[in-house]
Design a protein around this ligand. Structure first.
Ligand code: GDP
Length: 326
């Protein structure tokens, strides 16, 4: 399909064109990258109108059940929901935590929902880059709610928080000291914390977890001067509390829009993204430079075995790179 045709079909909301466009931005082939860039330029004016939500939580906390419930609630209100994922584990282990096809069965049949598993990637940076681009594509195709899911591994939460308007952390009430498993740094990213599985025997522990989280949040500096992180209870399994979550999202969105903070955050995210692209591009070019490539292993070994300081080795390689580029 020609790029112009793809742009047109994408704008018309054609799912097949959308799926193909995402496959294109996920490709690492140089000619595909070029075509993807052209495609993204072509749809830029149609992007940015969605509310961008990040969702994180440990495996088993109920993320797919929750997304199914929230997604169905939101399409019921007339919205179009796209679910994307950032799962760097697929690169490391070969298997993926989020990629399971049987997840979100009901939502995947909903004509107003679009679910795309995480791109496989070698680095978190690579996965994040392609997810950002996929986000622009689903926006151009008319999806006005974008939900980006990630698991609580390493840096993936920060990567997702850096590409969304609102970051939601899903917690479960089980297992003794509820705050133990949740890292302070992750809690500081959260605009909303949802304690899921607040049903049956877990209802009381969920309430206890909520009050612990509320007190812990009091001790933290909020990310925004205009919004204090909320803690809500849900039972995704029985659809309880899902409407309150959506109310909190729309409330957050209107406050952030009115204060100009949402626009300012996105501007900052776009700037940071540009610098990321520059960093990645420079490193790729650096590694591809023949003079550098010929010496890098030897110098790495010298540094590892203490024959040379890291600074001196880096200097030497950077000089080679500069000469090569001239
Ligand atoms: P994920 O790994 O975070 O995506 O979690 P899943 O959505 O796959 O859920 C893990 C397990 O928790 C499944 O057995 C779900 O049925 C269960 N679960 C999810 N939400 C709830 C809930 O609100 N209440 C209860 N009791 N169980 C839930």
């Amino acid at each position: 399909m020609h790029t112009d045709e793809m742009i047109e079909r994408l704008r018309a909301g054609e799912r097949r064109a959308l799926a193909r466009a995402i496959t294109l931005v996920e490709s690492t082939r140089a000619d595909h990258r070029q075509q993807a860039q052209k495609l993204l330029d072509g749809v830029m004016a149609d992007t940015g109108r969605a509310i961008r939500l990040g969702l994180s939580g440990a495996p088993g906390v109920g993320k797919s059940t929750f997304i199914e419930a929230l997604g169905t609630h939101v399409t019921g209100l007339g919205h179009k929901v796209a679910v994307l994922a950032v799962d760097p584990s697929s690169a490391r282990s070969g298997g993926s935590i989020l990629g399971d096809k049987t997840r979100m069965e009901e939502l995947s049949r909903d004509p107003n929902a679009f679910i795309r598993p995480s791109p496989a990637g070698t680095t978190l940076g690579g996965v994040a880059r392609r997810t950002r681009e996929a986000m622009l594509l689903v926006e151009a195709a008319g999806f006005d709610v974008v939900l980006i899911e990630t698991v609580g591994v390493g840096q993936s939460e920060t990567a997702v928080a850096d590409m969304v308007d609102m970051f939601v952390l899903l917690q479960s009430p089980g297992g003794g000291d509820d705050l133990q498993g949740i890292k302070r740094g992750i809690m500081e990213l959260a605009d909303l914390i949802v304690v899921n599985k607040a049903d049956g025997a877990l209802e009381q522990p969920a309430k206890l977890a909520r009050s612990q989280l509320v007190s812990a949040l009091h001790l933290m500096r909020p990310r925004s001067p205009n919004w204090k992180p909320h803690v809500l209870l849900t039972s995704a399994l029985s659809n309880k509390g899902i409407d309150e979550v959506w109310d909190a999202v729309t409330n957050y969105q209107s406050i952030m829009l009115d204060t100009g903070e949402l626009t300012a955050n996105r501007a900052e995210q776009a700037r940071a993204w540009m610098w990321n692209e520059i960093r990645e591009g420079l490193i790729e070019a650096f590694k591809a430079e023949p003079d550098v490539a010929a010496r890098v292993r030897k110098l790495e070994a010298d540094v590892a075995e203490g024959r040379m300081t890291p600074g001196a080795a880096a200097d030497m390689l950077l000089k080679r790179f500069q000469h090569g580029a001239e």
